[in-house]
Design a binder for this molecule. Structure first.
Ligand code: ZN
Length: 340
């Protein structure tokens, strides 16, 4: 089947689980009640995707407060109590970040609960997202390794441990999110890709990397204004990704200033093409989706195109996110009729 559909990863959380319409939303419950609420929200996230005709589902990242810190919470060797200020993404934002203070090690499973709930409640394929090593180390201060690359590889080993366990839970695709890849372009071919391959080592399930220009939050929108009329950052990193063992690349295409001809640099990879804008509340029509797929198909064989959202939907309004999911499903279906 042409143009199977998926989503970048996150969906908005119900207002009874966490404060709506924001990143880092505080949880509304504690203890067992919170665990139950996360499970219920995970099942709902699957249901809205199934009803929209999405083929490769995620658990909507309902059980994590943030896509990086959801992982870090389960890692030993990090001091969350003494945060320090750090400029992240090359100073795009200042943030108070935890410090790595000892050798890193997993405390146990990170995402077992939500992976097992998801696997038990859908027969469709499941994708699970994890933060990539380069993005993780750009969100933490190092007071132990004394070498960013060494710290990145230490995280890559932990990611690999969890990714293999997720595969054993029945997850069909592991996607690493590496928004840092279009910030530290010169480092991607040198070690970024190798760290990612280390994180994916030995996996038999499908593998993907998501690179993007971020959620539709103000700091990102302001940064995008500085990037000029054409976003050519990917030109420097796509050749290295093309040569890597990672099988799919998820990137934003709808309302994006990335010249789509750059996709030709990813020959041999499946492209998860973002056909839904997450930085706008305007709900796409099925025809809008077809237009993006058609534009992508000038540079990517039809059989290598997967339709997805530009990025995570976590900070969006729930009703808008659900309407956008319906547009994604309907648009891919229409594209099969028109272009298939
Ligand atoms: Zn993204």
């Amino acid at each position: 089947m042409l143009f199977p559909t998926t989503i970048a990863g996150s969906l908005p959380k119900p207002e009874w689980l966490a404060e709506p319409n924001m990143l880092w939303a505080p949880w509304k419950a504690k203890g067992d009640e919170l665990a139950r609420a996360k499970r219920d929200a995970t099942m709902l996230a699957l249901k809205v995707q199934e009803d929209a005709g999405i083929d490769l589902l995620t658990e909507g990242e309902q059980a994590r407060q943030h896509f990086v810190h959801g992982f870090l919470e389960k890692v030993d060797g990090i001091d969350f109590a003494h945060k320090v200020e750090m400029g992240i993404r090359k100073d795009r934002y200042k943030a108070m970040v935890p410090q790595v203070v000892a050798a890193l090690k997993l405390k146990g499973r990170v995402h077992a609960d939500e992976a097992r709930v998801a696997r038990a409640h859908t027969t469709r394929k499941l994708k699970f997202t994890l933060p990539g090593p380069m993005t993780i180390i750009d969100t933490l201060a190092d007071s132990h390794y004394g070498d960013r690359v060494k710290m990145a590889f230490a995280f890559a080993e932990l990611l690999n441990e969890e990714a293999r366990a997720l595969e054993a839970d029945g997850i069909n695709m592991i996607q690493f999110d590496e928004p840092a890849f279009n910030v530290f372009m010169d480092e991607v071919p040198v070690w970024g890709i190798k760290a990612l391959e280390r994180a994916a080592q030995g996996l038999k399930c499908e593998t993907a990397v998501h690179i993007c220009y971020g959620y539709g939050i103000k700091a990102n929108v302001d940064w995008k204004e500085t990037l000029g009329s054409e976003w050519r950052q990917y030109e420097e990193i796509f050749p290295a990704i093309a040569e890597s063992s990672i099988q799919q690349v998820a990137i934003e295409c709808r309302n994006s200033k990335v010249p789509l001809d750059l996709l030709a640099l990813l020959k041999g990879k499946k492209i998860q093409a973002g056909v839904i804008d997450v930085a706008s509340d305007t709900v796409e029509t099925a025809e809008d989706v077809v237009k993006v797929i058609e534009a992508v198909s000038k540079f990517v064989p039809l059989s290598d195109i997967v339709a997805t959202t530009n990025c995570g939907m976590a900070p969006m309004r729930r009703d808008i996110a659900e309407a956008k999911l319906m547009a994604l499903g309907a648009g891919a279906k229409l594209a099969r009729q028109k272009l298939g």
